[in-house]
Design a protein around this ligand. Structure first.
Ligand code: MG
Length: 452
């Protein structure tokens, strides 16, 4: 059985007859999973295929006797907030997150507002492939209701958590909304918090004319220039569905997601000690910051649904990934780019330090990412042999194999879609990071040759 759901939902490019029928069958599978009489909260991002796909998915869901509360064009976390606040069975978000405009996708939300766990996604996949859908009789089909209150409720919720006082510095902020749903949210919330807000790419437009929706440094030259030209204290960039936020400092420098996660971690642990949940590929800039600030590190496999679930289990202070996806449990157990933006404003408005200074104070590490070709059928055996070869060192094997040295680490992760290993190396010394990367590539080559 082919997997439908990846780490963060399903993605596809809707071109063919098959692609256009897919949403209806997906809706039938989702509705059958939740069961007749359930209600599902549904939203979509600004992509131009959003209306056609959400109509297809809705048609499938309603046909199974489930009802829909449609919250319109919103960030993914708004649907997650809606599920919780409406007390419904689950949620569906039509989005391809950071992918280019020609893609779209779907994320399923569980009844507690978290991204659905893998075992539940598997149940939906099983129903989808078996085609054993539960069709409702004509007088039992679901009801469709639009609701535009949830957007405001989500914004009010964030505003209730971050309340400015008279001691706050007034910040000038430039927000790059990625032409996504964030345009209706982040500028308003930050203005209400007293910021002088400037925006770029704030109009919703599913062609993403301003920039590609992934908030990588190479896509954010517009924001970096705007911060410098405006003399702003902070730049904020969302991805296409605003579950993430990345930042630009007052000098116009791009701050990578590990660095901002470290800033959030330090801030969180300053208020109260506790656990911080991060995936195995997280930079030691974050790990060392947690330890130095008397926090406890909880490592998980990669993927925000796993992080959120672990945070719930261990009652974590904060958690997240090095891609700008941060989870603040006082808000919700999911990534929320708007909350992340608001939290950064709070930190800067109440600190004597500028963002560039906070980042300069972080532990110094260099991270390098690369890949290495390996036939799919050898991947498991290769990882076993790497573990054996490295058994003198600390080996973490919760997701791929991570080898921990004193001032360095290397992570080997098999790709689920390509015949490659993703190889990440980090060290205090840039040269050492490169040497470790090369060393492990030589080891991989040797092991693969021996096994072939
Ligand atoms: Mg996203």
């Amino acid at each position: 059985m082919t997997r439908l759901f990846g780490t963060n939902g399903i993605r596809w490019r809707p071109d063919s007859e098959k692609d256009h029928n897919f949403p209806v069958e997906l809706g039938l599978a989702i509705g059958t999973y939740f069961g007749k009489g359930s209600t599902i909260c549904m939203g979509r991002d600004t992509r131009i295929t959003g209306p056609v796909i959400s109509a297809g998915v809705a048609s499938g869901i309603l046909s199974t006797g489930c009802s829909i509360i449609d919250v319109g064009v919103v960030p993914t976390p708004t649907v997650q907030y809606g599920v919780r606040i409406l007390g419904v069975a689950g949620g569906v978000m039509i989005t391809a997150s950071h992918n280019p405009p020609e893609f779209n996708g779907l994320k399923c939300i569980d009844n507690d507002g978290t991204e659905m766990a893998r075992d539940k996604e598997e149940e939906i996949e099983k129903i989808y492939y078996s085609k054993e859908f539960q069709y409702a009789r004509w007088d039992e089909v679901g009801k469709f209701k639009a609701n535009d209150e949830i957007s405001f409720a989500h914004m009010d919720h964030i505003s209730s958590l971050i309340v400015p006082d008279s001691g706050w510095k007034k910040l000038k902020v430039v927000i790059d909304c990625s032409n996504g749903p964030a345009g209706k949210f982040t500028p308003k919330i930050l203005r209400d918090m007293g910021c002088d807000v400037h925006t770029i790419n704030a109009q919703p437009d599913g062609m993403f004319p301003g920039r590609l929706p992934e908030p990588l440094e190479k896509n954010l030259s517009g924001l970096m220039n705007a911060v410098v030209n405006a003399g702003a204290d902070l730049g904020i960039a969302h991805d296409g569905d605003a579950d993430r936020a990345t930042f630009v400092d007052e000098k116009g420098n791009y701050i990578n997601g590990d660095e901002s996660l470290a800033v959030f971690t330090i801030d969180s642990l300053a208020t109260e000690k506790g656990k911080v949940v991060v995936p195995v590929n997280t930079s030691r800039k974050v790990i060392d910051s947690i330890v130095e600030n008397d926090g406890e590190v909880e490592l998980t496999p990669i993927g925000s649904p796993v992080i959120a679930r672990r945070m719930k289990m261990v009652n974590a202070r904060v958690g997240g990934e090095g891609n700008g996806g941060v989870i603040f449990p006082e808000n919700m157990l999911c990534r929320d780019g708007i909350m992340t933006a608001a939290k950064m404003v709070e930190i800067l408005a109440t600190s004597d330090l500028k963002l560039s200074e906070m980042v300069e104070n972080l532990p110094d590490y260099t991270i390098i990412r690369s890949k290495f070709t390996c036939p799919d059928d050898l991947k498991t055996k290769v990882l076993d042999d790497v573990k054996k070869a490295m058994s003198d060192l600390e080996v973490i094997d919760i997701d791929g194999v991570k080898i921990e040295g004193e001032n360095w680490w290397v992570l080997l992760r098999p790709s689920g879609t390509e015949p490659i290993f993703r190889v990440t190396a980090e060290a205090k010394d840039p040269e050492m990071a490169q040497n470790k990367l090369d060393e492990f590539k030589v080891l991989l080559k040797k092991i693969i040759e021996e096994l072939s």
